[in-house]
Design a binder for this molecule. Structure first.
Ligand code: PEP
Ligand code: MN
Length: 341
């Protein structure tokens, strides 16, 4: 349930409502809007009629039920869009933020040259994998802590905030010491122990959609983070499994538009994993920008043919520059007859 406080509600009235929500057996999540405060009551097993009765409490404008199962993530709970700050870069403020970098951090030279190239081309965040979720145990698994040190060094030297994937609750503390944002990979979208642990950290989370997850399951995964206390969540569509075999995954752009309707959280698009083909990254990035995505996540490598992971879908530096230039190009003229009824 959402308890909308009136614009004139006093601090005492808001505190009283929060206390009553807790007494009724629910968690109270307070959002301070520009004009008014919203108290969201979430949880199970509480006494709902006591919440409904708060419509009569001083300072309350109205009490409304949230019909979505993902209560705090729902647009119903928060009319304004959330803006997530990642080391000073704002995601969700209406601009298109480009996050780029190698699938895996492989060496100092590889990471620094990539970071410089993507920054020069206009990317605002660097992403590089230190712990890699690989389908085969015989494939490169990432440099681990060594990669975290390199990420922090590059962040300090170039002033580019950094993102890396976390696969296990055991690694959360050490990763938090080194990076600005933690990525939950597609395979871990429903790793509930990991989500619960990430809900109580200060750093923002990039939550990828699972390859077989519905939009509702994706948003419920985000609900674990918000209900545990971490509101700084960015969603990332990275393609889902379909019958198509010509692309690595099927990039589900409809779900990006849908997620932006259903939630106040920013939604970004990963055309690299979404297609598995470098030739499709530029056109799908333009499509994502056109439909209102809040950002892009693109894999870039100095020499994709030598990449230890995801070479076929990585752009080289020239390719990335070209993609960024294409993003800035206006749409082709639309042949629509002006004034046609
Ligand atoms: C990645 O970002 O390199 C990655 C492994 O992505 P996903 O979890 O989407 O497969
Ligand atoms: Mn990858």
């Amino acid at each position: 349930m959402i308890i909308n406080m009136s614009e004139q509600a006093t601090k005492e009235e808001i505190n009283h409502v929060v206390e009553r929500v807790r007494e009724a057996g629910y968690q109270a999540h307070i959002t301070q809007g520009e004009m008014r405060t919203i108290v969201a009551a979430v949880g199970s097993g509480g006494r709902r009629h006591e919440l409904e009765a708060l419509a009569a409490a001083a300072g309350v404008a109205d009490v409304v039920a949230i019909s979505d199962p993902f209560k705090l993530v729902s647009r119903q709970a928060m009319p304004r869009r959330t803006v997530v700050d990642v080391g000073g870069v704002r995601i969700g403020d209406g601009s298109l933020v480009v996050i780029a970098g190698p699938c895996s951090v492989e060496s100092r030279e590889q990471l620094f040259s990539t970071a410089k190239a993507i920054k020069a081309a206009g990317a605002q965040l660097l992403r590089g994998g230190a712990y890699k979720p690989r389908t085969s145990p015989y494939d490169f698994q990432g440099l681990g802590v060594e990669a975290l040190h390199l990420l922090r060094e590059v962040q300090q030297e170039l002033g580019l905030p950094v993102v890396t994937e976390v696969m296990s609750t055991e690694d959360v503390d050490v990763i938090c010491e080194h990076v600005d944002m933690l990525q939950v990979g597609a395979r871990n979208m429903q790793n509930f122990a990991l989500l619960r642990r990430l809900a109580v950290i200060e750093k923002p989370i990039l939550l990828k959609r699972g390859p077989s997850a519905s939009v509702k399951e994706w948003l419920l995964a985000a609900e674990y983070l918000l209900s545990g206390g971490n509101r700084n969540v960015v969603l990332c569509e990275r393609g889902i499994k379909t019958f198509e075999t010509e692309t690595r995954n099927t990039l589900d752009l409809a779900s990006v538009a849908l997620a932006r309707e259903m939630t106040h959280l920013p939604v970004i698009v990963d055309p690299s994993h979404g297609t598995g083909r470098r030739s499709l990254i530029a056109p799908l990035s333009r499509a994502a920008a056109a439909l209102g995505a809040d950002g892009l996540l693109v894999e870039v490598h100095p020499c994709p043919e030598r990449a230890l992971s995801d070479g076929p879908q990585s752009l080289d530096f020239d390719g990335f520059r070209h993609m960024m230039n294409q993003l800035a190009e206006p749409m082709r003229p639309l042949n629509i007859c002006a004034g046609a009824a």
